[in-house]
Design a binder for this molecule. Structure first.
Ligand code: B12
Ligand code: SF4
Length: 466
């Protein structure tokens, strides 16, 4: 009935709900105060070190909340202290992944003990909602936008529910432009990476068995209007001066719909930006894609090559990765001046000593600028976690950073795996190897990253991975 009425008057259901929320908020004499927290992890690996990206997810939630509530955002990774005493706030809202779950739980417990409403959101509480529920008042499953109206109303009325899970995902057209001032005005904002996070699409239907995205969002793939993405970029260009505005896409797989992707890039080429993104291999072997990426200002693509072993690629269900396309994709990007951050994983049952040699050869022959190596990590809630559960060594979430040894692969002893893993990293980041991969490439932060990795990899030892 409500839907019919709204259709007759030309107003959307969302607008009607928004209006009633506004009335409800106005009826409350004091605006409730929310404290948003991005906790840090305790990993010793290079995850939260150096400059970190502005927490776009928390900024997006804070933007919605700012309309009805007073909002403070703190980021423990940049050095903002988390208060011991939460008496200045009504709601403590925390985002987290698996690697910072234990930190989030200790903050949540403290806030609950002080009778605060504690709201959890992000990948880990979504995947582990029963565990998370023990440390909070409410868990938000998946994206907040699709449940925000219910959550805001319940908080205004003082009756928060234990779980908010959308029956239907809203189109991204309803996504509010993020208000970056929540992060930019923070005390330690200078610790943020100069790359501004931006989001154009959500979801990835590829369906890799180790990834959380298909579990949370299924096969859905949604995108924002291109004009809105460009407007957001132009806002930052005006704020910073055109040359200093560089962007980092937070999308799961920005290139999944080739037409949308190329139209977006055409738009970006007209406004003149620099950018980088995670990208899947699905159509990178086509030269025209790399050409337009280069023309639109892409200086770095992050590609999950994962493995050079076809059996491993098959076992992880990563159909987009065709080994025969790897070298062509790299070549196409290089010809257009785009550096490659290549992700490689080890520790699969089908890995053997040969996997390491094949990866080394691929990286050196193709002069991959910034190789990143991780150990395969079954994240809770994924099909891979269920499959590997009986063999996983521990559920110490602090060590779920993709750099810790999780299980013994079938064809390799654990110790051999780690020895080879360390040796590969040290070889690839030897001075001479860096020169071979980087010679003739522009003098920029990628060189710096290589030198940092050189110093870091010299110190590696097996104990660090256990
Ligand atoms: C972009 C990205 C990165 C970027 C930027 C990270 C950053 N600072 O945000 C980079 C490359 C740096 C990165 C690094 C890593 N990443 Co990453 N990354 C992603 C990716 C593809 C998108 C994240 C994103 O920003 N999405 C866009 C935002 C808007 O969506 P969102 O985060 O889901 O937020 C929405 C909801 O979750 C909810 N929500 C979120 N928080 C909150 C809080 C509250 C209170 C509420 C109410 C709601 C709410 O509402 C939000 C808005 O809709 C995800 C995949 C994914 N879809 O989550 C992997 C992912 C998060 N990364 C992952 C991993 C493993 C890592 C690394 C450990 C990899 C590594 N070895 O270095 C590091 C860890 C870095 C860190 N310190 O946390 C895993 C985490 C798995 C897990 N269970 O923990 C994911 C899920 C990919 C996967 N394998 O499945 N990552
Ligand atoms: S291609 Fe990337 S984002 Fe898509 S399911 Fe696989 S790992 Fe996840």
């Amino acid at each position: 009935m409500a839907e019919e009425n709204t259709r007759n008057t030309g107003t959307t259901l969302h607008e009607v709900i928004g209006t009633s929320l506004k009335q409800l908020a106005a009826e409350k004499k004091n605006r409730k105060k929310w404290l948003f927290i991005q906790p840090k992890s305790s990993t010793s690996m290079m995850v939260d070190s150096g400059s970190v990206s502005m927490p776009l997810n928390l900024i997006m939630v804070a933007t919605l909340a700012g309309e009805f509530f007073n909002v403070t955002l703190i980021d423990e990774r940049t050095g903002d202290p988390v208060p011991e005493d939460f008496s200045a706030y009504d709601v403590v809202a925390i985002t987290f992944r698996t690697l910072n779950a234990s930190r989030a739980y200790s903050i949540g417990d403290r806030a609950l003990a002080q009778k605060k409403i504690v709201v959890f959101g992000g990948v880990h509480p979504t995947m582990m909602r029963e565990e998370a529920a023990e440390h909070c008042t409410s868990v938000v499953y998946g994206e907040v936008e699709s449940v925000w109206d219910d959550l805001a109303r319940d908080i205004l009325q003082g009756t928060p529910r234990p779980l908010y899970q959308a029956h239907e995902l809203q189109p991204m057209t309803t996504m509010r432009g993020p208000d970056f001032s929540y992060a930019l005005n923070s005390e330690h904002a200078n610790k943020y990476s100069s790359r501004i996070p931006v989001l154009a699409t959500k979801g990835c239907p590829v369906g890799c068995n180790f990834c959380t995205t298909p579990t949370i969002y299924g096969k859905s793939y949604r995108y924002r209007e291109i004009d809105l993405v460009l407007e957001e970029m132009q806002y930052h260009q005006e704020r910073l001066g055109k040359k200093r505005a560089t962007f980092s896409f937070m999308d799961d797989n920005i290139s999944f719909r080739p037409q949308y992707f190329t139209e977006l890039l055409e738009g970006m080429s007209k406004i003149g930006v620099r950018w980088n993104a995670n990208i899947s291999m699905n159509f990178l072997h086509k030269p025209e894609v790399a050409e337009i990426a280069g023309r639109s200002g892409c200086d770095l693509m992050s590609i999950g090559f994962e493995s050079l072993n076809p059996d491993i690629i098959k076992s992880m269900n990563k159909g987009a990765n065709r080994l025969q396309n790897y070298a062509t994709a790299v070549n196409n990007l290089h010809r257009n001046g785009i550096a490659i951050q290549g992700y490689f994983m080890f520790g699969f049952d089908d890995d053997s000593e040969k996997s390491f040699q094949a990866t080394y050869d691929f990286i050196m022959q193709n002069r991959i600028e910034f190789p990143v190596f991780s150990l395969v990590t079954p994240f809770p809630g994924t099909p891979y976690f269920e499959e590997m559960k009986p063999r996983i060594r521990h559920c110490d979430w602090d060590r779920y950073d993709t750099y810790h040894y999780m299980f013994e692969p079938r064809n390799m002893q654990g110790e051999k795996l780690l020895e080879n893993f360390i040796k590969l990293q040290q070889e690839v980041y030897k001075g001479r190897a860096i020169m071979k991969r980087m010679q003739g490439k522009p003098l920029n932060w990628v060189w710096l990253a290589n030198f940092k990795m050189h110093a870091f990899t010299r110190k590696l030892n097996i104990g660090m991975y256990l």
